[in-house]
Design a protein. Structure first.
Length: 237
């Protein structure tokens, strides 16, 4: 049976804590990516995650089948975003997964052109970029997606590498006019510093809250979400 999730009046609540901070502004969002099991999904929600990412890329150690993602998604509370992560997938494949497990957000992590990313309205769309240096930011303005996800660069690895990058480049990217999702090598130990320095719209974590590839650690997820939200509140004060 789907897990019951009563919705309190007035504002959204995630994992028992309000998504609004005590200054009245919205706290930084947290996306936990690479979800492969219902237990991990529910633990992430309990920790306070605002979004869960499902990796539909067979070469990833965190790859999940459509059937497994559907079973997980149907038991999630309605206020948690369901993000499908794709790497150079065909349009019909993306649409099949959207319909199959009720995705509300798409994240494209390959070489998808801007025209492709614009085909899926009214769904939210994030385009991921692997950041090496200032030149890596030149392609961002061509993508009029809902947000840009900035990830660390590791040759032959498309995310989940645990590599950080210069967070000052995220600050520069914000000036280009789109919300920034900060990814790449974030952990419970460094996410607060990242939030304070880059002040992103959201942070995205996968390997940094795992006990092994594809297996999340509940304690690490709790610590990560708490550190990110607390740092955002300090910035806004």
């Amino acid at each position: 049976m789907p897990r019951p999730w009563p919705a309190p009046a007035g504002h959204f609540v995630v994992g028992g804590a309000s998504r609004f901070n005590d200054t009245g502004g919205m706290s930084v969002r947290v996306k936990i990516c690479g979800i492969t099991s219902l237990d991990d999904a529910l633990a992430a929600v309990d920790a306070g995650a605002d979004a869960l990412g499902f990796m539909f890329y067979e070469k990833s150690p965190r790859s999940v089948s459509l059937e497994t993602a559907r079973e997980i998604a149907r038991q999630l509370p309605p206020f948690v975003a369901k993000v499908g992560v794709f790497v150079d997938a065909a349009e019909e494949v993306v649409r099949k997964h959207v319909a199959g497990c009720g995705l509300d957000t798409l994240q494209f992590h390959g070489d998808e052109p801007p025209e492709f990313c614009g085909k899926f309205s009214p769904l939210k769309v994030y385009k991921a970029f692997r950041i090496q240096n200032p030149d890596s930011l030149r392609m961002l303005p061509a993508y009029r997606t809902d947000a840009w996800l900035l990830d660390g660069y590791v040759p032959d690895k498309l995310g989940g590498s645990g590599a950080t990058f210069n967070w000052g480049l995220a600050v520069e990217a914000k000036k280009l006019g789109r919300p920034i999702i900060l990814a790449g090598g974030l952990t419970p130990e460094n996410v607060a510093d990242a939030v304070r320095k880059a002040q992103p719209y959201a942070v995205d974590v996968s390997s940094g809250v795992e006990s092994s590839p594809g297996k999340k650690d509940p304690s690490k997820m709790w610590k990560f979400v708490a550190a990110a939200k607390a740092a955002a509140e300090q910035v806004e004060k």
